[in-house]
Ligand binder design. Structure first.
Ligand SMILES: Cc1ncc(COP(=O)(O)O)c(C=O)c1O
Length: 428
């Protein structure tokens, strides 16, 4: 369907471009310096967790169920930390390792394990010639960077409203033994904000991979990050695996990066008993035992899943108005022009925006000129290559509401001007 600019007469279109150029010049004169690029909690959000810092002092008892937090030992983490991590994902604590402050770091370690040592007794990927990972796109750029950094070939898979296109996934995974993994963010996906449907989760659990060393990298980064109402329900992948009679297929990851402090939270991995036994051997060669003082502070602060849910409501109170403002500004500015579409998530950190074909790079660069930094266009695709150049990731959590409002005003003018210029150039 043609958009409003494409429907205009030449004279109307020229007038619209002139008016938008005037608006852009006014915005440029404001010398703004605003950032909507990365999914970071705002300072008010991280402040919510500062009381955690008062819970441990020189006088504190540093033992947790008989384990000393202030010494080596407990390679899978403190018992209470494992219990909390397991409760949040609905899995057995016996299959959980809590370690470090970054889930991405654990994902890297797991890819490295496959690449250097091999999974399930198979030859290491580095000895198998070309190997591939599937990358539902748009997706999380840092996932793709991990596999790219090993020279693993990243293959894009289309994303739909209920998850990755499972016909495409099945075709690759079941027919091509060089496919060793797939990156998934199953709840409030980065950047689309969608949650995989039960059918999609069951289709993942029912995969019959051609490669025995294929694993699903199930990054449940936003499992508790609902900001609207009851939020979305995600079927537990390990329940779906049990239903399908499947084992050794999924590594699941999560962290409190956006519950407490990004880069100073606690992170964990869970998998089948056999996969965990193998991963534990790999981790044991990397470290003596994980950092546990921060784990202790976390469990004393958050306590259990109910404590986390309460804490996340306080985050939601700060995050929801920002997402509402995105919706309001985009609807008011672009809703009637038929040149753009965007997602309406109930949780997570992002809105995924689709402009006209061939517009995204130009919009990001024009917004930059007008003082607003956005995630680089194409970043959510393997190798930064958005084939239609339509997608822009909006990350509204970090700026204040005032800054966000200004940044969105700039964004709307940039989208309109680029769309109008594209309509002009289509006419030659
Ligand atoms: C999908 C996803 N996974 C992982 C991370 C990073 O998590 P961590 O800080 O635990 O490494 C992010 C951060 O933006 C993310 O969006």
């Amino acid at each position: 369907m043609p958009n409003a600019y494409q429907k205009m007469t030449d004279a109307q279109l020229d007038a619209a471009i002139a008016e938008l150029e005037r608006q852009a010049a006014d915005l440029r004169a404001l010398n703004l310096k605003l950032d909507m690029a990365r999914g970071k909690p705002s300072p008010e959000q991280t402040a919510l967790s500062k009381p955690m810092l008062d819970l441990l002092s020189a006088d504190s008892d540093l033992s947790d169920q008989g384990v000393d937090a202030d010494n080596y030992g407990a390679p899978d983490g403190l018992p209470s930390a494992r219990a909390l991590a397991a409760e949040l994902l609905g899995v057995d604590a016996a299959n959980v390792s809590v370690m470090g402050s970054s889930s991405l770091n654990i994902m890297y370690d797991c890819v490295e394990h496959g690449y250097v040592h091999g999974i399930g007794g198979e030859r290491p990927w580095c000895q198998q010639g070309e190997v591939k990972f599937l990358c539902p796109a748009p997706g999380y750029d840092r996932h793709f960077t991990v596999t790219e950094s090993f020279g693993i070939k990243n293959v894009p898979v289309p994303m739909r409203e209920d998850g990755p296109d499972m016909d495409v996934v099945r075709e690759y995974v079941e027919k091509d033994a060089t496919v060793k993994g797939i990156w998934c963010v199953p709840k409030y996906a980065n950047p689309t904000g969608i949650t995989y449907s039960d059918d999609v989760v069951r289709a993942f659990a029912a995969l019959k991979p051609a490669a025995p060393d294929f694993r699903i990298f199930w990054d449940n980064a936003y499992v508790v990050h609902t900001f609207e109402g009851e939020g979305d329900e995600l079927l537990n992948i390990f329940d779906a695996l049990a239903e399908a009679g499947a084992e050794n297929l999924v590594y699941e990851f999560a962290s409190t990066a956006k519950v407490t402090f990004p880069s100073s939270g606690m992170a964990w991995v869970t998998a089948s008993p056999a996969d965990m036994a193998e991963l534990r051997r790999a981790f044991a060669a990397m470290r003596v035992s994980p950092e546990k003082i921060s784990q202790l502070a976390h469990v004393r602060f958050l306590k259990d899943a109910a404590g986390v849910a309460e804490h996340m409501k306080r985050h939601a109170a700060l995050v929801a108005p920002r997402f509402a403002l995105v919706e309001e500004k985009l609807t008011a500015g672009l809703g009637a022009l038929d040149c753009a579409a965007w997602t309406h998530p109930k949780g997570g950190y992002f809105v995924s925006f689709e402009g006209p074909e061939g517009s995204a790079k130009a919009v990001v660069s024009l917004a930059k000129e007008l003082g607003v930094t956005l995630t680089p266009a194409g970043a959510p695709w393997p190798y930064g290559n958005d084939p239609r150049d339509t997608n822009i990731r909006i990350a509204p959590t970090y700026p204040t509401l005032d800054e966000l409002g200004q940044a969105l005003d700039v964004f709307v003018v940039a989208v309109k001007l680029v769309s109008a210029r594209l309509a002009r150039s289509e006419r030659g």
